[in-house]
Design a protein around this ligand. Structure first.
Ligand code: DX5
Ligand code: ZN
Length: 221
């Protein structure tokens, strides 16, 4: 298993003070910045784009920026995010006409590619492309909003994806996104996740360091 990564979703941060929020959460022990991009087309919500990603880099953020694209089409925005300083770029297969090509585009742009599985997306979507990926992002809510409840069937699905990753023999991260809290992160880790997105659980209360420490302790337990 790869070392645990905690990736706070800035969707639940105070956007009026975004640079400060990101500095604070990284100082509180976060590893990555999870950056949710929504287009009001692929998902019914509208958030942030490459401009905000490059603003965080200019602000001095050096931690990996984990861009989760909930946009359709995907390909034409990949280069802009690479230039804006994205480290990883993940996308939904339903939003791309040519999944393999999009993965190659992300890699060629200098970023690490990830594929996102919605709650109803079968794990077979990983067939033929798993070896090209650095990350599988498993959604444990339907994409579009923070603060939703974890869908329990995601645990079985995590176990199924874990098996495939282990069989591949490659260091592919298994990230889970949606409804992750200190009281369920232990079970999520036991099912095979090594990378944990949490938005409302971290930014929805004042003690970022405390909740990140609790999450790490539960993963290690
Ligand atoms: C949902 C986003 C998530 C979201 C998670 O579409 O991909 O990253 O911000 O928020 P919580 O942790 O509140 O479920
Ligand atoms: Zn996300």
């Amino acid at each position: 298993m790869l070392p645990t990564v905690i990736a706070p979703s800035i969707l639940s941060a105070d956007f009026a003070r975004l640079g400060e929020e990101v500095d604070t959460v990284l100082a509180a022990g976060a590893d990555w910045v999870h950056f949710d991009v929504m287009d009001n087309h692929y998902v019914p919500n509208l958030t942030i784009g490459p401009l905000v990603c490059s603003a965080l880099r200019k602000h001095g953020v050096t931690a990996p920026i984990d861009v989760h694209l909930m946009v359709s089409p995907v390909d034409r925005i990949v280069g802009d995010f690479a230039e804006a300083g994205a480290t990883l770029i993940s996308f939904h297969p339903e939003a791309s006409s040519h999944v393999h090509r999009t993965i190659q585009l992300i890699r060629a742009a200098g970023c690490k590619p990830g594929l996102v599985l919605n709650p109803a997306t079968p794990v077979e979507v990983l067939d033929y492309v798993l070896d090209e990926l650095d990350l599988v992002l498993l959604m444990s809510v339907n994409p579009g909003f923070g603060g939703q409840a974890f869908i329990p069937s995601a645990l079985d699905k995590l176990r199924a994806v874990r098996k495939r990753i282990d069989a591949s023999g490659r260091d592919i991260r298994l990230e889970v996104d949606g409804g992750v809290k200190p009281d369920n992160i232990g079970a999520i880790a036991a099912a095979g996740a090594d990378t944990f997105v949490a938005g409302s659980a971290i930014f929805g209360q004042p003690d970022y360091a405390g909740v990140i420490a609790r999450m790490r302790a539960e993963v290690a337990a």
